[in-house]
Design a protein around this ligand. Structure first.
Ligand code: SF4
Ligand code: SF4
Length: 116
């Protein structure tokens, strides 16, 4: 099937930033270390997870990830793209039976989703 949406062929082509506005990005130790090495201080990019108080999530500013950058052409990009957390790397394929709300242009509206 030509338009099958899979982990392998998924590619953002709208740069709308919606994923980085909607997602609560939980981070693990490795994620935090990678971002710290870029020169960011933990207190500037981390906050307590409201559901799991021993864990952390990326801070938001005006309901969007603090690392989300808006460009003049209204497209968005990630300031730490090469070092983004695992949660972001997985998007929109989080679990076997779940897919995020993203639908790249070239696959809309006739996309199908494969979890294999
Ligand atoms: S929601 Fe999808 S199309 Fe929009 S920026 Fe995120 S990955 Fe790209
Ligand atoms: S770290 Fe980057 S990819 Fe992840 S939510 Fe923030 S802006 Fe988006």
């Amino acid at each position: 099937m030509e338009n099958l949406l899979t982990k392998e062929n998924f590619q953002c082509d709208r740069y709308c930033g919606q994923c980085c506005k909607k997602l609560v990005v939980r981070v693990n130790k490795e994620d935090i270390e990678k971002i710290r090495k870029l020169g960011y201080k933990e207190e500037d990019f981390l906050e307590r997870d409201l559901l799991y108080r021993s864990k952390f999530v990326l801070k938001k500013d005006n309901d969007k990830c603090i690392f989300l950058k808006k460009h003049k052409d209204r497209r968005y990009s990630c300031k730490i793209y090469k070092n983004r957390p695992k949660t972001c790397l997985q998007y929109p394929f989080f679990a076997k039976n779940k897919v995020g709300s993203c639908m790249p242009n070239k696959m809309y509206p006739s996309a199908f989703v494969s979890f294999t």
